[in-house]
Design a protein around this ligand. Sequence first.
Ligand SMILES: Nc1nc2c(c(=O)[nH]1)N[C@H]1C(S)=C(S)[C@@H](COP(=O)(O)OP(=O)(O)OC[C@H]3O[C@@H](n4cnc5c(N)ncnc54)[C@H](O)[C@@H]3O)O[C@H]1N2
Ligand code: MOO
Length: 343
Amino acid sequence: MTKHGLTSTLREVPVEEAIGMVLAHDLTQIIPGQFKGRLFRKGHRITHEDIPKLLDIGKAHIYAIELAEDEIHEDDAALRMARALQGDNTVLTDPYEGKVSIKSQIHGLAQIHKPTVDAINGLGDIALATIKTNTVVQPGQSLAATRVIPLITKQSKMEEVERLSAALRNPKSQADQAVIQVRPFIKHRVGLITTGSEVFHGRIQDKFGPVVRAKVEAFGSEIVEQRFVTDDLVKIVTEISYLRQQMCDMILLTGGMSVDPDDRTPGAIRQAGAEIIRYGTPMLPGSMLLMGYLEGIPILGLPGCVMHDPFTSFDVLLPRILAGDVIEEQDIIDMGYGGLIGC
Ligand SMILES: Nc1nc2c(c(=O)[nH]1)N[C@H]1C(S)=C(S)[C@@H](COP(=O)(O)OP(=O)(O)OC[C@H]3O[C@@H](n4cnc5c(N)ncnc54)[C@H](O)[C@@H]3O)O[C@H]1N2
Ligand code: MOO
């Protein structure tokens, strides 16, 4: 019995009979003047092709580990864990040195269930490292890696990982979720309203529209129409109604979001009948952003920094909305912790 409560034993085996067995120690090869290093590492599972290589370094016998009934090799354990964790739009790498990576197959939004990740890492002997939930990922990007710390571990640990993962699954319901999955972006028809008399009267060129358009298009959605309007509450409300009639399924307004007398945008969004989730978002930059819903469609007031700063509260909310999340007040509150980007 080892400190991990294992009962596996060491056995001396002729190499010809060792296929499929697990090497109990590193094996070093030395070719004078050319190479000195590890030929096989401890834990390697011996294959048919290994036999001549072992005979070449003078090994007629090796020490192999014989697993007890309730034990599992690190590679099998890592794979079994990864299979239990993986959900939609993910692929697994082959196990290597007790590690399996879970990667995204698509451009989408990573969804990682933190309470389950924490519970798994609480079990001991196994490590599950993940990226943060709601991260935008590209095809091939790693989402998580599982690793078994000892060479051999108890099957019961894997059963616990499978039990924790299965507890989240509910295939017949909307709430069905894997511990690690990626959601695709849904194509939205976005309407854009650019406020500001200086832009409307042509005193300055619109710099906001191109920035917002590029961000929306990066997720596969489109700006179907951009409307320009002065700092007039009634006129802004009229433009919101117009875009609603054009069957836009998301409305964005730029400018006029702070405290100057000409900042009419938050008032207009309210006047249009939107439910305001939050005006004021605890992130810098992006603190003056307004998140609301108008007849169920997302409506956002974007402050000036969205045009200027590369990453703001808009870059947190936009991918979530386009992946189909309905933003609640708690989501906005949660953005403050870690939300100081620089301003
Ligand atoms: N006393 C306070 N002042 C400011 C606050 C505050 O809380 N209290 N917040 C600051 C923050 S944070 C931001 S962000 C800005 C918010 O700006 P607004 O959204 O109100 O933007 P505007 O005042 O309309 O314009 C700011 C600036 O950007 C130019 N602009 C606006 N739209 C366009 C466009 N489409 N193309 C080109 N340039 C544009 C505009 O001419 C102004 O120069 O407020 C801070 N102040
Ligand atoms: O809302 Mo400002 O938008 O933080 O720079």
